[in-house]
Design a binder for this molecule. Structure first.
Ligand code: ZN
Length: 308
């Protein structure tokens, strides 16, 4: 947002990706080479190529996920195929869902997103530590955006890997809230945890590395206040984000096909029923497409909806 991004310790390389794929963070210093988060599955070949090129022939030894949204773990399967011995560690709350591969519980079916099945070998337990690039990183629970998410913090360098709990400008959609679980308070509590850790540098799940964490926390809290005051505003934002995300995957689609996809995707039907039922679902889906265009996130080319 302002000035050059703060310097990171030399063992850390950040692959800043677009919004369809979350950022990937590679530790290639002392100790086992480790990647944190792997992007969306349509970008998986690029993720593998980035890691291969950065490691210069050394194997990827470990793969960690801050949480299991499809933009954070969609490359896991291909990375495991490329490096079969890679040890994959995930937040504990979804270990059984991965072991038994439950794409409904893992959110991929309800949101209409894709994530090729992958293997989990262990968990990232909040309260414990994990050694990355020769330093000991703390694992903290970070519920809010995702109820199972974790964040990683290294007290010596005061670097924070925040996933979608804190971005330079806001935080990720609060999914449990949309599902009726009242998770805004957890978002606030996770922001408090970050404030107490007092990081100097944040590597977010999306967007560039940033310093000035107090300013980012203030922006996040202001945004949270707005959502608490108007949960409907949050739901409208969430619906647009989920459609835009899919449009990033499609790039272009016929408007009737986009509307049909919205109506066939369970998460949108649930959003409609919970927040927008004063409008019949087909009209709501059409209006959502038009809102995306009006907001500049998409444009119309005749009958086509095109990513913008
Ligand atoms: Zn996420």
């Amino acid at each position: 947002m302002n000035g050059a991004p703060p310097a990171l310790p030399p063992e850390i390389t950040v692959f800043e990706r677009g919004w369809l794929s979350a950022n990937n963070i590679l530790f290639a210093g002392p100790g086992p080479a480790t990647l944190i988060d792997s992007g969306y599955h349509t970008h998986a070949a690029q993720t593998v190529a980035l890691v291969e090129s950065a490691l210069g022939g050394a194997p990827l030894a470990r793969l960690l996920n801050t949480h299991l949204h499809s933009d954070h773990c969609g490359g896991n399967a291909l990375l495991q195929q490329r490096w079969p011995d890679v040890q994959t560690l995930i937040p504990p709350g979804q270990f059984a869902q991965v072991r038994d591969w439950d794409p409904v519980a893992l959110s991929y079916v309800p949101t209409g997103q894709q994530c090729p099945p992958f293997r989990a070998d262990g968990t990232l337990e909040p309260g414990q530590e994990v050694e990355l690039g020769g330093r000991r990183w703390q694992i903290h629970a970070a519920p809010g955006h995702d109820r199972h998410a974790v964040l990683l913090f290294e007290p010596g360098t005061r670097v924070l890997i925040s996933g979608d709990a804190l971005w330079e400008n806001g935080f990720g959609v609060v999914f449990p809230e949309l599902e009726g679980e009242g998770a805004f308070a957890e978002v606030g509590a996770t922001l408090d945890v970050i404030e107490r850790l007092a990081p100097l540098v944040v590597i977010p799940g999306h967007g560039g590395v940033f310093g000035d964490v107090p300013a980012a926390l203030a922006r996040a809290r202001k945004r949270l206040e707005g959502f608490v005051a108007s949960p409907l505003k949050h739901a409208r934002y969430a619906a647009k984000v989920l459609l835009k995300y899919k449009l990033l995957e499609w790039q272009r689609i016929a408007v009737p096909d986009a509307v049909a996809w919205l109506r066939a995707t369970p998460y949108f039907s649930a959003l409609h029923a919970r927040y927008f039922s004063e409008l019949p679902e087909p009209q709501w889906a059409q209006a959502l497409v038009e809102e995306l265009v009006a907001g500049g996130a998409a444009r119309r080319e005749g009958d086509l909806l095109v990513n913008a």
